[in-house]
Design a protein. Structure first.
Length: 361
């Protein structure tokens, strides 16, 4: 099978980023009508948009459950940027459940979290090894972050077992471009002049041009990175996202998407109640909230109003735990039911989505 695969036919439930929230996933599947084995009385099936792991209390349980659902034929799952980090052995913020070098640093934000047992680490790291990066059928496309035609075309010839080798080859091309421009030394000099910690939200760095250049190179020269973490361009002001200060701007690619086929994505940290955002979550600067600043929380978006982000920020639930606040109000796990275009949340609430532009017959 290739990295772009056929999407299930028939009615489906498209689940947003889970981020290790095993209890929320169990609750959501129950509200959707799935039994403990993943069967549905009406024959519906599940589609997971990726980013199953990191930040939440039990990433191993989520990965095991979704793997079982996929193997039983009740679900499809695609690779997100967090699965790629896991497969490549790249320890990032929130991955202390797996990587020893992150475990202590992640305690302050994410503890308590279940750590992967030594005996199952290899199996967990390989769960997504043969998953696609995008799914498509005659009436719908699903991808973790961005459906961009040049990136899709570059990835379409690849087979599923080639994901990491192709990703690494494109990463090396970006590094070579950086070597030609001495980018590593320029980044070192920028950090030395500042003297701060890019993983600390408390102290904003100055804008660092070499860091911005490096981020854009690594992002846009790698089609797999575009599909799994979006389109970026050089920024002007640092922002804190994904556990570190960044120097690029997220491009709302859906405003340039002109195809008739609808697209469902995750990745972008949408909010059901954006006006109720707490002071704590504002200070934590959850990533990418600004891309929905002018988009109603239940609305389809984009130039043709045919793109929908189903990530309702359950990956930020660790903040509610720290405040001993209700878990399901501010940070939700959601599924988009297709073709109904209804949202179901892990607290059992249901909402009709708004503003969808039906493709012309």
């Amino acid at each position: 099978m290739g990295l772009i695969q056929p999407l299930f036919e028939g009615p489906i439930d498209i689940v947003g980023d889970v981020h290790g929230e095993a209890q929320a996933l169990r609750a959501l599947l129950n509200h959707l009508g799935y039994d403990a084995d993943g069967r549905h009385a009406q024959g519906r099936r599940l589609v997971f948009v990726g980013d199953l792991c990191d930040r939440g209390p039990d990433s191993p349980a989520v990965l095991r459950q979704v793997q079982a659902l996929v193997q039983a034929g009740h679900a499809q799952a695609m690779v997100g940027n967090h699965e790629i980090n896991l497969m490549r052995g790249d320890p990032k913020d929130g991955a202390g459940w797996f990587f020893d070098e992150r475990a202590e640093r992640d305690q302050a934000k994410y503890a308590p979290f279940a750590r992967a047992a030594a005996a199952e680490r290899g199996a967990l790291q390989a769960v997504a090894a043969h998953w696609p990066v995008a799914l498509e059928r005659a009436d719908l496309r699903v991808v973790h972050a961005a459906w961009q035609a040049p990136a899709i075309d570059a990835v379409r010839p690849l087979q599923s077992g080639q994901l990491i080798s192709a990703y690494d080859a494109w990463e090396e091309a970006a590094r070579e471009k950086g070597r030609q421009t001495h980018i590593a030394q320029r980044m070192h000099d920028e950090l030395a002049r500042w003297g701060g910690d890019l993983e600390s939200p408390a102290e904003q760095p100055p804008f660092m041009p070499a860091h911005a250049e490096n981020e854009v190179n690594k992002q846009m020269l790698n089609p797999l990175k575009v599909l799994t973490s979006g389109v970026e361009q050089r920024g002007t002001t640092p922002f804190f996202a994904g556990g570190k200060w960044r120097f690029v701007e997220r491009v709302t690619w859906w405003n340039d998407y002109t195809d008739a086929l609808p697209v469902v994505v995750g990745h972008y940290w949408r909010r059901r109640y954006p006006d109720e955002r707490t002071a704590e979550s504002a200070r934590a600067a959850l990533p990418d909230e600004d891309v929905f600043a002018h988009v109603p929380p239940l609305a389809w978006h984009g130039q043709r109003a045919n793109v929908f982000c189903v990530d309702y920020s359950v990956g930020g639930r660790w903040q509610a735990r720290q405040r001993h606040a209700p878990l399901t109000r501010e940070f939700k796990l959601a599924a988009l039911q297709w073709p109904e275009r209804t949202l179901v949340f892990d607290d059992g609430s249901r909402e009709a989505t708004e503003g969808f532009c039906q493709p012309a017959a």
